[in-house]
Design a protein around this ligand. Sequence first.
Ligand SMILES: [Zn+2]
Length: 459
Amino acid sequence: MHNHTLIRKAKAVVTCDAADHILHDVDIRIEEGKITRIGAGLDPIGCEIIDASHSFVYPGLINTHHHFFQTFVRNLMSIDYPNMLVVEWLDRIYRVFKEIDSDVIYHSSLTAMADLVKHGCTCAFDHQYCYTKKTGTSPVDRQMEAAGTIGLRYHAGRGCNTLPRSQGSTIPDEMLETTDAFLADCERLIDAYHEPDPFGMHRIVVAPCQPINSHPHTFIESAAFARDKHVRLHTHLGEGENPIMKARHGKRTLAWCEEIGFVGPDVWFAHAWELDAQEHAVLAATGSGVSHCPAPATLGGFPILDIPGMLEKSVPLSLGCDGSATNDSSNLLDSLRMAYLMQAFHGKSRNRVPSPYEMLKIATVGGAQALGRSELGSLEVGKAADLFFVDVDMLELCGTLHDPANLIARAGVCGPVERTIVAGKTVWEHGRFPTLDERELAREGNRICTERMAPHFPL
Ligand SMILES: [Zn+2]
């Protein structure tokens, strides 16, 4: 019986530490889910040995925005996101969302989490705002169950919508909740799952879905509640809703969030595509973070973030897949390369393109900052053993190996990674989940999708 793990002779370790160290031919010793030593020729006694002599090792990617429940509403051309405004899309897609039940939540979450883990993600936040008559308050409980099955480090955003359609929202009435019921369930979930200590596997985030689809007091009370409980806050911002906010409140969304106190180092926003340079300065001054999701930005035709400009101002930036209905995958490696290519395309004329390695750091160190997890995001002694391997003895990677730091975002890794380790445990290796029957789970998920969701898809 081995108590510890030794990753032996890694061909390269891209640490993503503050000094941007790239180490070669080193061992990594892991004890109790943490990295305890990094160096050449470490003592292997008492350790399970993992050979990494043909592998590049990276810190696990951190996904800071997603909607797992949308995974069974993918590839649906009858509600085609690129061909409509986001508010129109919301109006139509919610009619399908209201058919989601508790089993759909479990299997769609499991599917998304498996895709993430296969592609090097070790810690994910999900923004769960789909509460129907059929799910009741079960979704986060079912997601925690799925995270335990896959072995992913998981932050659940408990979302909500409180504003009726009659008052201008896009939400079917049967999917509305009251602010009191929402906050009561947040409290229940925090008591049941939130692990505030460093290295915890599960956390809860208070995350009303978006300002246009809730009463203002939902956001005001959420901010007060989250601060009282010392948990983080999240919502959508700058994705086409500004004209509605101006008509309702006389100001853009970020100014409204600032006015009600929904900004700060404990807050991060999904998207921020439509924010201007002055608003970037507000994000930087308040320490509010952004989750950049390149796939829906592209499919929705949104402005491309000026990442070098935002980094210059020290806006905390991280990376997300976003909902599976606007991506339509949960492959964060793919989103990382897409984010880099978009920056190259749009940055060329501005004469400032971030390096692929800078984009990798947004997906690792940046993600850790967004989630308030300074013990994640880099490979250093004392940090969590959350990491992934890329087997570099592969023909498609020949000729790229001279620069491990830039490889992931520039050349890209197509297909699953070699191995993913979360909290010191291997959760994916050599094409299989060590504790799961993947084919059986895929068949069961497809059966549930076909039975429960497909009959409600518009033609
Ligand atoms: Zn989203």
